[in-house]
Design a protein around this ligand. Sequence first.
Ligand code: GDP
Length: 551
Amino acid sequence: ADVNDEDSCEGADNNDGGISPAALAKEVARRRNFAIISHPDAGKTTLTEKLLLYGGAIHEAGAVKARRSARHATSDWMELEKQRGISITSTALVFENRGFQITLLDTPGHQDFGEDTYRTLAAADNAVMLVDAGKGLEPQTRKLFEVCRMRKLPIFTFINKMDRPALEPLELMDQIEKEFNLPTYPVNWPIGSGDRFVGVYYRPRNEVHLFEKGIKHGSRGASVRVLPWGDPALQEIIATDLFEQLQEEIELLEELTPPLDMAKIHSGDISPVYFGSAMNNFGVELFLESFLEYSIQPGSHVSDIGEVGPDYPNFTGFVFKLQANMDAKHRDKVAFLRVCSGQFLKGMKVQIARNGKTLALTRPQKMFAQDRTTMEAAYAGDVVGLNNPNAFCIGDTIYTGPKRMFPGIPSFSPELFCYMRNPNPSKYKQFVKGLNELLGEGAVQVLYSVDSGRTDPILAAVGQLQFEVVQYRMLSEYGVETQLEPLSFSVARWVTGGWPALEKVGRIFNCSTVKDQWGRPVLLFRNEWNVSQLLGDHPEIGELAPYALPP
Ligand code: GDP
């Protein structure tokens, strides 16, 4: 449904739900928020650019990348960024289409893959899983999928690069169904692949969309010819073998796939699948149209005192990411807030649930790429950048009205571990202060050895870059030169039953016992196999969890 007019927040300038319930519901209903999960090179940047084109948010494809490089030229955050040619910062991109306000949470990928990539998913309501048609499922997609599943997010699959040699569509669907135990529903179906990828059959309207090649990348959309299935012209336009194959496949699909069940899409139990080519702009607009119809609007969040719905009149939200020094000129830190309910207004007085502190948010910023525009009001599903350097921690609940507390953001299963040493005792204070602040920001996880007697902190991360960032910032912000000593573990598991469960087992081989920042037991293993071995030998240890929420 189109929800076009925007009349809502006029005159609402106080803290206590100044917006009418109807206007609030309308703002929520027209919001959609999602993140793209993919393996590097699948085409996330390209798809992002094409999606933004339809929103009129940027006018030329390439602008996202251009912005990135322009920023690299001016920013000294970081030298590291420049040296490695990557962008460490992720942003929320906002665009409008068909009356919806769409927030695309940009998940860091490539070499800057880290905990922030996972955390961004904590702020997302929907996920788009982007798969390279020639490669099928890849490791980074698998990891990110697990986090989406844990959150029960609706997952939309876009199979990209159909203009290149591709695996069979049925095989790609089979991979998703078997490996992820996730049934699929193809919403469109490709006609040919590689050089012969000529279009898609769009099932909701029984239409054939034929693409015309050779359209400039910068133009608004690919030129498409739409014909109803059954139009005799199709047999003339489409090569005979492709036409016959399509005919068979359409029949097969009707037999194989039960009618589309929206509730199952919303609960993440079935994934709508789309085939296309982001680079050629084939199938992107159809995808967007269908996504807006099937995706869920911002929903309820569990809190310490029950569910908080998006239409709950008081403002609530949580911090899912902290970003230091995004802009060299400002030397600031930005806390990214996901709004969960009510109306967020500039200048609003809010409280932080962790410590009961009150503060006025005088300079909230909507993030659009790296250009900052100050925003006036935000609603459930929106992401707001807050300029308030040291007030926030990852996972903080921010609210007005009666206290509410969201459960916080999990510590995601780290895969890289190293001791961090401070070789200079005179810098002890700075070392501890720096480490604690970086820990609060969620730049890295910190563990301490229990069985080795060594007191140096163990840094634990999801991506290698997290270590480099910590070392860089320890030196540039706290003046401490640090040394890293890698450990040869690659798997961490929280012992859900705590220390008593561990005691039952006694001495364990092939793993190291450490504790997290809250003193809870964590086991480090060299590989998954050692985890299974322990569970097989000592079932009395109980559950070993790859993630842990803050206590
Ligand atoms: P990311 O690493 O996932 O952000 O991937 P990019 O968007 O940077 O794309 C990786 C490479 O794949 C680039 O060279 C793109 O031009 C190319 N690419 C993206 N989409 C398509 C597509 O649909 N077809 C083809 N042939 N190449 C594509």
